[in-house]
Design a protein around this ligand. Structure first.
Ligand SMILES: N[C@@H](CCC(=O)N[C@@H](CS)C(=O)NCC(=O)O)C(=O)O
Length: 217
């Protein structure tokens, strides 16, 4: 299996967590910014040029959630990231969508806006993204009351999504002290060995964070 990814990219970390949870072997095809050959290989597989992309036995699998679903189906390990029970699996998939759509997406809006030329910045778009994050933090804070992991007691696909989403969202739009359940959950995620490894591998790239990486985490 080959994974086209970059250690600092949040959706790549989401899939790396799943791979590290189960110690699944893979060939890491790192997309370095100056590697034209690798970039061409990646674009031939997925013209949208988004990461990560998995190639397994000649089959191209895209979209982080689908890659993790694929891993569960074709390379299951001791840590089941999607429960067998269909109702429990629905909750996991719902929380996965919440973290992608309402945390990662507005976080990316804020980060990508900051690398635009000043005259092309979208003030309204960024203000709306910040509002969306506030709503997400409030909703997640309530949802996480009494929960260890996003969908209950067991670590799952939803936590793979939540870890990098909350990690970078807090850098882009800090999670306020009022959201103590979200802050505690983010700390639990950082202590999880699979995510700690992904964060460690991404550390050398922190100077690339367009908004300036804070001196913590
Ligand atoms: N929905 C996609 C999102 C992938 C995505 O946005 N990846 C980012 C890296 S974290 C990317 O490739 N960005 C490059 C770009 O936007 O050109 C997924 O779940 O895999």
């Amino acid at each position: 299996m080959k994974l086209y990814a970059h250690p600092f990219a949040s959706y790549c970390q989401k899939v790396l967590i799943a791979l590290y949870e189960n110690r699944t072997p893979f060939e890491y095809r790192v997309l370095a910014p100056d590697d034209e050959q690798m970039a061409a290989e990646h674009e031939a597989l997925w013209p949208f040029k988004r990461l990560p992309v998995l190639v397994d036995d000649g089959c191209t699998v895209v979209e982080s959630s689908i890659i993790i679903e694929h891993l569960e189906l074709r390379h299951p390990g001791p840590v089941r990231l999607i429960p067998d029970d269909a109702r429990a699996a629905l909750e996991v998939r719902m929380m996965d969508r919440v973290f992608d759509n309402y945390v990662s997406t507005p976080m990316q809006t804020i980060v990508f806006d900051s690398i635009r030329a000043v005259e092309n910045r979208d003030r309204q778009g960024v203000a709306e993204a910040r509002e969306l994050l506030e709503t997400a933090y409030r909703w997640i804070d309530h949802a996480m009351m009494g929960r260890e992991w996003a969908a209950g007691d067991a670590f799952s696909l939803a936590d793979c999504a939540a870890a990098p989403a909350l990690f970078y969202a807090d850098w882009a739009h800090p999670i306020g002290e009022a959201f103590s359940n979200v802050r505690a959950y983010r700390r639990r995620l950082l202590a999880r060995p699979s995510f700690a490894r992904a964060v460690g591998e991404a550390r050398p790239f922190r100077p690339l964070f367009p908004l300036g990486a804070p001196d913590r985490d």
